[in-house]
Write a protein that binds this ligand. Structure first.
Ligand SMILES: O=C(O)C(=O)C[C@@H](O)[C@H](O)[C@H](O)COP(=O)(O)O
Length: 352
């Protein structure tokens, strides 16, 4: 099996991302598990993944939270900390996340807070977490319906990305994660976007369903990891360039907050959130890609409700919302838009 190791250079917080089919099975060799380990996973992740980490650890506790964004809350966060305390974990012990973005974000935040910070490893098992959320150290929980509003920048010690884990995901979950990779290609990587345009999605899904790795998906994951690595190395704490990774998220988070109970997924909301923020020519290329992936392209959420959530987002600054726009594939601009201007973009695109 081919292994790609991508190093994120952040001084003392540098770490390797290992991308290799089958690397989950090597967790005992690739991670330091010779200590107490809190393994955090969710009810949608095959139990065998967490069991693999458990078996490779000196002593492990496995915590399984219910699947879904609604679990990324204060109660589950507190429960993780209590479990660490009850297990007698000390500063030399570690947390391992095995799952998607919810598991990674929340367990990373728990690792950041327990005893002011213990080691954290991430083993993302969804497309979304493999291309985006496991990289760059954003950890968080949601509060009062606002996404990621409590959290910390806390880098993992190592990330293991095993594309074989994608074979158990539904088509919808795969497309959900690919929305984040489309976002990165649109902003930074025109060649990666062309690869999306020529992607034979059905053929790659068929490969995955037969238990084989999908070369095209591995290439997409690798493209996204390189883009994100380059961005985070230049701007770890999101003071400038990293804000571009929020393309599609400003309206997207608003749409997500309104639709969380309808079961809409994060990437689906990001897909919708990108559409009003593109030029006509970019949208003309984006729409067929989203349609091919089966991502939504129409949204009927009430603009007032969407905007209510948008104005609580972290991108608000002196009454304006820092928004990313894409006029040409591979480039971006940042503009400070008023809530009214954003609302108009939303209504103009989705009501016409
Ligand atoms: O890593 C980043 O930086 C991102 O913005 C990646 C986003 O795709 C991701 O969804 C992130 O969690 C959103 O960030 P937030 O700061 O708006 O919570």
């Amino acid at each position: 099996m081919n292994r790609e190791t991508i190093t994120l250079s952040l001084g003392a917080d540098s770490y390797d991302i290992v991308l290799e089919s089958g690397c989950l099975q090597q967790a005992g060799d690739l991670l330091n598990l010779n200590r107490k380990v809190l393994v955090v996973t969710d009810s949608g992740v095959p139990e065998s993944y967490a069991d693999t980490v458990d078996a490779a650890s000196l002593a492990a506790e496995v915590v399984r939270i219910p699947q879904g964004e609604a679990s990324k809350n204060f109660d589950h966060f507190r429960m993780l900390l209590s479990r660490m305390l009850a297990f007698g974990m000390g500063r030399g012990d570690c947390v391992v996340a095995v799952g998607g973005g919810v598991v990674g974000d929340m367990s990373g935040f728990a690792a950041a807070c327990y005893m002011r910070g213990i080691d954290f490893y991430n083993i993302p098992t969804t497309v979304l977490s493999q291309v985006d959320s496991s990289i760059g150290g954003k950890t968080a929980i949601d509060l009062d319906g606002i996404k990621n509003v409590v959290g910390a920048f806390y880098q993992p010690c190592r990330v293991l990305i095993d594309p074989i884990t994608l074979s158990t995901l539904s088509r919808r979950q795969i497309a959900n994660g690919l929305a984040e990779a489309v976002k990165m290609a649109l902003c930074f990587d025109p060649e990666a976007f062309v690869r999306f345009e020529s992607l034979d999605f059905e053929a790659e899904l068929a490969l995955l369903a037969s238990g084989q790795p999908s070369p095209a998906l591995i290439r997409i994951i690798s493209d996204a990891l390189h883009t994100k690595r380059d961005v985070v190395e230049k701007d770890e704490k999101e003071q400038g360039l990293r804000r571009v990774l929020n393309f599609g998220h400003t309206l997207g988070h608003g749409i997500e907050s309104v639709n969380v109970r309808n079961g809409m997924l994060h990437g689906e909301c990001v897909a919708l959130g990108m559409l009003p923020m593109c030029s006509d020519s970019v949208r003309k290329r984006l729409l067929p890609v989203l349609e091919k992936l089966g991502l939504p392209t129409a949204c009927s959420s009430d603009p007032d409700q969407v905007m209510q959530a948008v104005v609580h987002d972290k991108k608000q600054f002196a009454g304006k919302i820092r928004s990313i726009l894409v006029d040409t594939v591979g480039t971006f601009t940042e503009q400070e838009l008023s809530p009214e201007e954003l609302r108009q973009r939303y209504t103009k695109y989705f009501s016409s």
